[in-house]
Design a protein around this ligand. Structure first.
Ligand SMILES: [Zn+2]
Length: 145
């Protein structure tokens, strides 16, 4: 192998490492797992400077009540690869994200982005209209037993 060939090979390797460092794609085996529409739009809006589109599809999720948007939940950082964490961090530009949790006087909870966009609203807890102690049998007192 001539010196020219070795240099060429070394440059290709260096370019590959540089491209890998700039890549913000999701790993193919770890598609983005976000649930709110605003989060999905944010993730889809960002392109990788090397590869363009960063993923093929979102991860399947099971419907659930969302108490905390995924981007604010701390647990996903510890159960995914460093490349996934890097891709997620690139998905939420700091000029708009993260959302701020606002608790209204009536108990309703809203998550609002820095530009004022509301991405999640949870209704206030149901009002307890009447408190009535239960008997030993689990029926409200004063009822026929
Ligand atoms: Zn990429």
């Amino acid at each position: 192998m001539t010196l020219k060939n070795r240099l060429s090979k070394l440059e290709k390797t260096k370019r590959g490492i540089t491209a890998e460092a700039e890549c913000i794609c999701f790993p193919p085996e770890e598609p983005p797992r976000v649930e709110l529409r605003a989060e999905k739009e944010a993730v889809a809006a960002v392109s990788c400077p090397i590869h363009g589109k960063r993923f093929k599809h979102f991860a399947d999720t099971v419907y659930r009540a969302i108490r905390v948007p995924t981007h604010l939940a701390p647990h996903w950082r510890t159960c995914h690869s460093p490349q996934y964490v890097k891709a997620m961090d690139a998905s939420f530009p700091p000029d708009r994200w993260p959302a701020t949790k606002i608790v209204e006087p009536d108990g309703a909870v809203r998550f609002v982005l820095k530009d004022g966009t509301e991405i999640q609203r949870m209704a206030p807890p149901p009002e307890i209209l009447k408190y009535e102690p239960l008997t030993d049998w689990g029926r409200p007192s004063g009822t026929v037993q």
